[in-house]
Design a binder for this molecule. Structure first.
Ligand SMILES: CC(C)(COP(=O)(O)OP(=O)(O)OC[C@H]1O[C@@H](n2cnc3c(N)ncnc32)[C@H](O)[C@@H]1OP(=O)(O)O)[C@@H](O)C(=O)NCCC(=O)NCCS
Length: 221
């Protein structure tokens, strides 16, 4: 399949628009996932808070997109080219973002991933796929040097997943969060560009071969 910069094997990544507020609200309505992703005070979110999330994504993030399943139409044989028609009506299942450094910190080339999937789509490998896509985007297109991700102490499955993806545990902020009657640690993990190339180099070379043969996306060697 030709390489498209906003696609991965099973997912399509699209911009967050004002008309997505209902979708953002539906993500925020899942208290556990919402707290897992952000650590905010556990209060029911008004629909209007979706606009605040959109502003955060717009103002504070280098990359902020909806994680989507391709539209059923893209499964049609004539959509196999991966062209724009094939991604015209994707189905949103979550969001993923890479934070943007303040202007006077941008020279460090750091970013941090935040991800939240609708519960019905968790545990099917979409989170792994989206994080791998965001790493690739961050290092190849965003020119980042290191990418961080954090998880709260009760989210051991997420911590295992991030290690499996190649993130290195870098620290633990002890008893950093108050949730459900007790304090919890914040576990911080990170990946350098060199570590990403080491872990994903073979895939990148395979992708580069496809890109070259298709004359599609320019490749940094
Ligand atoms: C955490 C999250 C991104 C993982 O993506 P996913 O698609 O559910 O996970 P995958 O199918 O790719 O990988 C499965 C692994 O993720 C772990 N995992 C973490 N949270 C999970 C969840 N809520 N549901 C299912 N699996 C989860 C599983 O334990 C599994 O690892 P294991 O086999 O070692 O047990 C996703 O579940 C999510 O968005 N959860 C709600 C918000 C959140 O926790 N955000 C991350 C904050 S750090």
């Amino acid at each position: 399949m030709p390489i498209h910069p906003w696609r991965s094997q099973r997912l399509v990544f699209t911009a967050i628009e004002p008309e997505d507020d209902d979708f953002l609200s539906s993500i925020q309505a899942d208290a556990e996932s919402y707290f897992n992703a952000a650590g905010f005070l556990v209060v029911p979110q008004a629909k209007s808070s979706a606009a605040g999330s959109r502003e955060y994504f717009r103002d504070k993030c280098l990359l902020a997109v909806k994680i989507c399943l391709p539209s059923p139409a893209s499964a049609q044989p004539n959509a196999a080219s991966g062209g724009d028609a094939a991604i015209s009506r994707p189905i949103p299942i979550g969001t993923i973002a890479l934070t943007k450094a303040e202007a006077n910190q941008s020279q460090h080339r750091n970013g941090s991933i935040g991800i939240n999937l609708l519960r019905a789509h968790q545990g099917q490998g979409y989170g792994s796929e989206a994080i791998r896509w965001a790493l690739r985007w961050g290092f190849r297109y965003g020119n980042l040097h290191r990418i961080e991700i954090g998880a709260f102490g009760w989210n051991q499955g997420a911590i295992r997943l991030y290690k499996r993806l190649g993130f290195v545990p870098e620290g633990c902020k002890r008893e950093h969060l108050w949730y459900d009657g007790k304090y919890w640690d914040l576990v911080e993990l990170g990946m350098l560009e060199s570590e990403w190339r080491e872990q994903y180099g073979d895939e990148e070379n395979a992708v580069a071969g496809v890109e070259k043969s298709n004359g599609d996306v320019a490749v940094k060697s």
